[in-house]
Design a protein around this ligand. Structure first.
Ligand SMILES: O=C(O)CCC(=O)C(=O)O
Ligand SMILES: [Fe+2]
Length: 327
C-alpha cells in the first residue's frame, strides 16, 4: 500500500488527547523507583489507546512509514517545570506528557533503559547544558548535533527513540534522514560499497564513564547500509565512525554532504511527541541559542525496542535496564 506523507504526522483530536491524558493518570508508579511497575502500567494503558492512534503506531512499527518517523501532535502540556541546566534532576519524567510518551511507546514495543546513558532511567531530560554546549551530545546547543544513529556502536541500541517536547524553541530544528532517501540519492556503486563491512565505531563519550565493555571500546567493522533494497537500514555516526580504507572514509563524507539536502526538518512544538525509527533513519539537531534561565528548550527522551529478548543476557532478571558493560 502506498502511503502519503500525512502518514508520518498524527494530529490528535480533542477527544483522543483527553483520553490519552486520562490514561496517563493511571500510571501511578514512579518510573525511577518502580520502573517495572511503571512499564506494566504503561503496557496495560497501551491496550486502551484510541483506535486510530494505536493503528497509526502499529503501522509505523511495521515499516517505519514514509519518512521513518511519526510525529504525534495535539497534546496539551499544562504547567511545565522550569527547564533544568543538566540532565541530572530527572524532572521530565514527572510530567503527564512523559506518561503519554510511555504509553504510546508501549504500543510500538517495549520501553528500555541503558545504565550507561542518563543514569539508567527510562526517561532522560534533553536540555541545553552550559558545560556541554559545543559537544556532540544531546545536551549541546551551540553546535549542530551531527547526524547519527542512536548508540550506533551498540548491537543493543534502541529500535525507536521518542522525543517529547515540553518546552519548544523555534530555532531548534530536529533533522531526520531516512536510509531510503539516502539509498535513492547515491550512485548504485556507492550503495554496494556501503553494504560491505568497512567501518569501525567508537563508543560514545557519554557512555565511556561506564565499566569495561564486554565488546571493547572499538567496534566493527560493520556496513553502513544493510537490509532489503526496498526497506534499507542504516547505522551511521559522523562523529564516531571511521572507514577502514581511505575510499570507505570518503564515503562517510559523501553521506554527510548529502544529508543537508535529503533530511526532513521538524521544529518540535510543546506537546509534540516525535518517534524516530532508529533502524531506518539517522537524526540530528541544528544549533540554537540557550539562555540557561529556566525557559530553554526541554525534551524528554525515551527508548523502545521491538523485543526484550535480544538484550536478555544484558539485563538482570526482570529488569528493563541494559547493564553498562553490555552496551
Ligand atoms: O534535540 C534533538 O532534537 C535531538 C537530540 C538527539 O539526538 C537525542 O536526544 O538523541
Ligand atoms: Fe540522538
Amino acid at each position: 500500500m502506498r502511503r502519503s506523507p500525512a502518514d508520518s504526522r498524527l494530529v490528535l483530536g480533542a477527544d483522543e488527547a483527553a483520553r490519552l491524558l486520562r490514561l496517563a493518570r493511571t500510571l501511578a508508579a514512579d518510573p525511577a523507583v518502580e520502573p517495572l511497575a511503571f512499564c506494566a502500567q504503561a503496557r496495560a494503558a497501551a491496550r486502551c489507546v484510541p483506535r486510530r492512534v494505536a493503528a497509526s503506531l502499529r503501522r509505523f512499527a511495521v515499516d517505519g512509514g514514509v519518512g521513518a518517523s511519526l510525529l504525534v501532535a495535539g497534546l496539551p502540556v499544562g504547567r511545565v517545570p522550569p527547564t533544568p541546566t543538566n540532565n541530572g534532576s530527572h524532572v521530565g519524567e514527572t510530567t503527564e506528557l512523559a506518561r503519554v510518551q510511555a504509553i504510546l511507546g508501549s504500543v510500538l514495543g517495549e520501553l528500555i533503559a541503558y545504565e550507561a546513558e542518563g543514569a539508567g532511567r527510562l526517561f532522560q531530560d534533553v536540555v541545553p547544558n552550559p558545560a556541554l554546549a559545543d559537544r556532540q551530545q544531546s545536551q549541546s546547543s551551540a553546535v549542530e548535533l551531527e547526524c547519527h544513529t542512536e548508540q550506533a556502536f551498540s548491537p543493543l541500541r534502541p529500535d525507536w527513540l521518542s522525543l517529547a517536547c515540553l518546552r519548544d524553541d523555534p530555532r531548534a530544528v530536529t533533522y531526520l534522514m531516512s536510509a531510503r532517501a539516502l539509498t535513492a540519492a547515491l550512485p548504485h556503486a556507492d550503495i554496494a560499497r556501503l553494504r560491505e563491512p568497512l567501518w569501525e565505531l567508537e563508543v560514545d563519550e557519554s557512555f565511556r564513564h561506564a565499566a569495561e565493555f564486554v565488546l571493547g571500546e572499538h567496534r566493527g567493522p560493520v556496513p553502513v547500509v544493510h537490509g532489503p533494497a526496498h526497506d534499507p537500514r542504516i547505522v551511521f555516526d559522523s562523529d564516531l565512525m571511521s572507514g577502514v580504507t581511505s575510499d570507505a572514509h570518503a564515503l562517510l563524507a559523501e553521506i554527510a554532504r548529502a544529508y543537508p539536502r535529503l533530511r526532513s526538518a521538524h521544529v518540535l512544538r510543546a506537546g509534540d511527541i516525535l518517534f524516530v525509527d532508529n533502524r531506518r533513519a539517522v537524526h540530528g539537531r541544528s544549533p540554537f541559542a540557550a539562555r540557561y534561565d529556566g525557559t530553554d528548550r526541554f525534551l524528554v527522551r525515551g527508548f523502545v525496542v521491538a523485543s526484550l529478548a535480544r538484550s536478555a543476557h544484558a539485563r538482570a532478571v526482570g529488569s528493563r535496564t541494559v547493564v553498562a558493560r553490555f552496551s
